[in-house]
Structures are given as structure tokens and as C-alpha cells.
Design a protein around this ligand. Structure first.
Ligand code: GDP
Ligand code: MN
Length: 392
């Protein structure tokens, strides 16, 4: 799960990390009032969407009067912002963050990512901040500094100093850098974050030189949200695919894809194998849907409904290897779904595992016409054939 920039900044502030003073606004009047309240002579108006690249796309405006703050907010709120991360349809801006503009001396990149190779949180930093880090990684990988954190001993001061030195921080900024990195790491661990990205981290001069976070992006482990009340409350459902939101509300894992074969499967591994089998036979899956263990008839009905909300779906492949699940529950669920949803597309069903004979019998004795298959390969081949035919 992701949160907005302003939420990330508020979170970091609670860890004593320096961020600009600011406030969130849902309309221009509110934006103007926030600018007056925080004071100063220049402000930054920033569109709050869960995608980056806003700077280049007009989603970050530095302005010099309260009137201009209102105008910038008005131009952003209610409109779609298209950045290189949103796709061509863009994202609807529903809130803006207003903050005091900073006098930037230099920008840095600072990220905390989980490195799959070492399976450890790794600090990634660069003196080339403010720009796309992917570009730096491609063109001058030597400018990216990495420091792996041992989970048993945590992030040590010497590691922070090593990173800070490598990106060119020294003098009075050094203790600030150490404090900042340790705070972000602590925040990440406390809140079960998967990733924290500060781009840019900046040196600003207001009297003394200071390190300040100008943009922050956090993502969190969905499986840990049950114990992260504060983070869960930050969730903005408007930023997520409505079908995925509905699915997660029913305890289902749904991910939209762009093909025409709907998939209802139990277990992520079997789901991946099903997508592979469909692709192998020349078809394209419309989604990835894992009903998980203990799929009650209600859950199966919800799964069918969500899959059918996608107008591209030409048939549904149901592939169940029941362990904790039971094939008879799945069969009953499918019959219930067909009756209540008036499903018009063919269903190809492959059942295996617990109570398989009972499950098959229930399907065979129903007056509905399910297509059945003995194994995944046959089921996938059948689904691809039907989806191809239905398309013509
Ligand atoms: P992103 O493009 O979505 O990553 O948005 P950012 O928040 O990173 O903003 C893009 C750029 O706007 C930054 O790299 C800065 O150069 C600039 N910017 C952001 N905040 C300020 C600020 O307070 N003052 C000034 N002068 N520039 C800012
Ligand atoms: Mn940024």
C-alpha cells in the first residue's frame, strides 16, 4: 500500500525528520488559508497523487503570492495529472499540499529498499538527486552508493557516515545526515514499510545549512496492515483500482491484466502456473485472482462477479487444487454464482484435491453446463480455444 507525499512527510516529522511546514488542501480557498497560516514569501503547491514525475508534468508549482497559491491549487484540483508514471489516462488530483518554498543549494537521492539478492534493507544514495534515479543508475551507476543493513544489529552510525561522505555531505551536515538516516530506518521498521524514497533530500540555507526532506514516497507491506492502524488510516482508495479494492474487501487477491481469459485460482503459485499455461497455449489472461484457502460459496460468487466486471472476459478458467479448500465448496460456489449472476461466458473448471469426486459430482448433476478438464494443461488449452472463438 502507498501513501501520499504529505502523509509521508507527516510520518517523518513524527520521527524528528526535518520537513517543510505545510498543510493539505482540498480546494483553492483552503490552499490560500494554509499559505497564510504557514507564512513566508514563497510557497510550493504540489499535486497529491500516488505517482512520481509530477515536477516535469506541472504538478509542482513554486509561487510567490497567496493569490498564486490559490490559482495553482485551482488549476490542479479536479484535473487529471499525466506523468510518465501514471499512464496516458493520468490520475485525478483531489488534494494538494502547500508548503513553504525552500532555498535549495543541492539535491540528493536517498532510498531504503529491500534488496532481493541479500534479502536485506539497503540504503541507496546518490549526489545526483531530484532527477530520476533510474536514469542515474543506467547512465552512471558509479554515482549510486549502496549500504546493506544487517537486520540483527540495525543501521550503524559508521554506515550512515560512509553513505553521507560518499554523496558529498560533511561538516555540520554529517550529524544531521546520520540522525536522518537512522530515523528513516527506524520509521521503516516500526511501520512495516517495504520502501522509503526521499527524492530530493536537499541542503537548504536559512541561516545555517540544513538537510531537509522535500519529497517522500513510502510503501507498506499489505500483509502487515492489520497491526498498522495509523498507516491503514492513510489509505486513499481513490488511488487504487476499484476492482482490486473490492476484491481485497472480500479477502481475495485480484490483479487486473489485459487479456480476455478470466482466472479464478486458489493459491498464488497455482495462479502463476495458470497464467503461464494460458500464455503457453497462445492465450492472454484477463486477471490474476487468488481465492485463497477456505473459499466459501460466497467468496467464489464474489470472485466470479469481480472477474466479470471486466468487459474483456470471454471465458473463465477455474483452477482449484484443494488442500485447505474443498472441491465440493468450490462446486457449490460456482453453481450459486451462475444462478445469481446469470453468467453468460463459458466456465472451464479443473478440480483436484480434497473432495474432488464430490465436487465433480455436484457440477455434473447440476443443470448448468460447465466445461471440465482433468488437468491444468487441458483446461488452459480449452480456455484459449474458447476465448479465441468468442473473439471472432
Ligand atoms: P516529483 O517530480 O513527483 O518527484 O516531485 P518533487 O516533490 O520531487 O518535486 C520536483 C522538483 O521540484 C524537486 O526536485 C525540486 O527541484 C522542486 N521542488 C520541490 N520542492 C521545492 C521547494 O520547496 N522549493 C523549490 N525551489 N523547489 C522545490
Ligand atoms: Mn521527487
Amino acid at each position: 500500500m502507498n501513501i501520499h507525499e504529505y502523509q509521508a512527510k507527516e510520518l517523518l516529522k513524527s520521527y524528528d525528520v526535518l520537513v517543510p511546514s505545510g498543510g493539505v488542501a482540498f480546494n483553492a480557498v483552503q490552499a490560500g488559508r494554509i499559505a497564510e497560516e504557514i507564512g513566508g514569501s514563497a510557497w510550493v503547491v504540489k499535486a497529491q497523487i500516488h505517482a512520481g514525475g509530477r515536477g516535469k508534468a506541472g504538478g509542482v508549482k513554486v509561487v510567490g503570492s497567496v493569490d498564486e497559491v490559490k490559482k495553482a491549487a485551482d488549476a490542479m484540483i479536479g484535473n487529471r495529472l499525466i506523468t510518465h508514471q501514471t499512464g496516458p489516462e493520468g490520475s485525478l488530483v483531489q488534494r494538494v499540499w502547500i508548503e513553504q518554498a525552500s532555498d535549495i543549494k543541492k539535491e540528493f537521492y536517498l532510498g531504503f529498499l529491500i534488496d532481493r539478492g541479500t534479502q536485506r534493507i539497503t540504503v541507496v544514495a546518490s549526489g545526483e538527486g531530484g532527477v530520476e534515479i533510474e536514469e542515474v543508475a543506467r547512465e552512471s551507476p558509479e554515482k549510486i552508493i549502496k549500504e546493506v543493513i544487517d537486520p540483527a544489529i540495525g543501521l550503524r552510525d559508521f554506515q550512515c557516515r560512509k553513505v553521507a561522505t560518499a554523496i558529498g555531505l560533511k561538516g555540520k551536515l554529517m550529524p544531521q545526515a546520520v540522525k536522518l538516516m537512522k530515523a528513516i530506518y527506524r520509521c521503516m521498521r516500526d511501520k512495516d514499510a517495504l520502501q522509503a524514497e526521499i527524492n530530493p533530500l536537499a541542503i537548504v540555507a536559512s541561516g545555517d545549512e540544513k538537510l531537509i526532506v522535500l519529497d517522500a514516497k513510502f510503501s507498506f507491506d499489505d500483509n502487515a496492515l492489520y497491526r498498522q492502524k495509523i498507516i491503514t488510516e492513510m489509505r486513499d482508495l481513490a488511488e487504487e483500482d476499484p476492482k482490486e479494492v473490492e476484491a481485497s474487501g472480500h479477502g481475495l487477491n485480484y490483479i487486473a491484466l489485459d487479456g480476455n481469459i478470466g482466472c479464478i485460482v486458489n493459491g498464488a503459485g497455482l495462479a502463476m502456473a495458470s497464467l503461464d499455461a494460458i500464455t503457453l497455449h497462445g492465450g492472454r489472461p484477463a486477471n490474476f485472482l487468488d481465492v485463497g484457502g477456505g473459499a466459501s460459496p460466497e467468496k467464489v460468487t464474489n470472485a466470479c462477479r469481480i472477474v466479470l466486471e471486466d468487459p474483456n472476459v470471454k471465458c473463465i478458467l477455474v483452477n482449484i487444487f484443494a488442500g485447505i479448500n474443498r472441491c465440493d465448496w468450490i462446486a457449490k460456489g460456482l453453481i450459486q454464482a451462475c444462478n445469481s449472476l446469470h453468467i453468460k461466458v463459458p466456465l472451464i473448471v479443473r478440480l483436484a484435491g480434497t473432495n474432488v469426486d464430490e465436487g465433480r459430482k455436484i457440477l455434473a448433476e447440476s443443470d448448468l453446463s460447465f466445461l471440465t478438464a482433468e488437468n491444468l494443461d487441458a483446461a488452459a488449452a480449452k480456455a484459449v480455444e474458447i476465448a479465441g472463438k468468442n473473439q471472432l
